[in-house]
Design a protein around this ligand. Structure first.
Ligand code: IMP
Length: 198
């Protein structure tokens, strides 16, 4: 199959890029910000996950006028009015410290009966004509009272998806990928790319 034109993934995270290349259908060529030569941090000043995802993609499209996409993920907890949400990475302060972030969530959740929460990923894709497309992936679950499991990252040890006995941190990467917010949004995105370019 001939290669389809490259699409920029608006991220400096090399691990994510590797993961996306593995998940993507054959023939797509994704490249990251480092390959584009963009070294600066893109401001994430939105007040929602949707806004931040769009802001990041817009930043690159406005500067380079190329097809690009950005993703943004957050954990929304009902009893905390949707927090940490857009602040998931820096909930307990700058530095993206997962242990401190989880500790803060567990402290705020002390005594709360409603433990319902969801992970949400939003992908914003801007095609080469400048048209925006958005793809959402959600997984519903509950916040435990103490961390369980050592795999994964971020809030995985305190999040148990509905219908499962394990937290995300007790699942293998394959198990988590089968049901995760991120894979749901990426699968929608890839199906879309296949339908328009294939
Ligand atoms: P990002 O938008 O993918 O960088 O995610 C923002 C923050 O949300 C991360 O720093 C993590 O704290 C949290 N997060 C995102 N995805 C996951 C996940 O799959 N499991 C646990 N935490 C996550």
């Amino acid at each position: 199959m001939p290669n389809k034109p490259g699409i920029c993934f608006v991220s400096h995270n090399k691990n994510k890029l590797v993961e996306i290349r593995q998940l993507a259908p054959e023939g797509f060529d994704f490249f990251g910000l480092d390959e584009l030569g963009l070294n600066e941090e893109i401001p994430e000043t939105g007040s929602t996950i949707e806004e931040n995802s769009a802001l990041k993609a817009q930043f690159v499209f406005q500067r380079y006028k190329i097809a690009c996409f950005a993703d943004d993920t957050g954990l929304e907890i009902d009893a905390l009015n949707g927090e940490p949400g857009v602040y998931s990475a820096r909930y307990a302060g700058s530095g993206n410290n997962s242990v401190k972030n989880m500790e803060l969530v567990l402290k705020k959740m002390e005594g709360k009966e409603n433990r319902k929460a969801r992970f949400k990923t939003v992908i914003t894709y801007i095609d080469k004509q400048g048209k925006h497309h958005s793809f959402e992936g959600i997984v519903q679950g509950h916040i435990l009272e103490a961390p369980k499991g050592t795999k994964g990252f971020g809030y995985d040890p305190i999040f148990k998806p509905v219908g499962y006995k394990k937290t995300f941190a007790e699942m293998t990467m394959e198990e988590k990928n089968r049901i995760s917010h991120r894979s749901k949004s990426f699968n929608k995105f890839f199906s879309f790319l296949n339908s328009v370019d294939g």
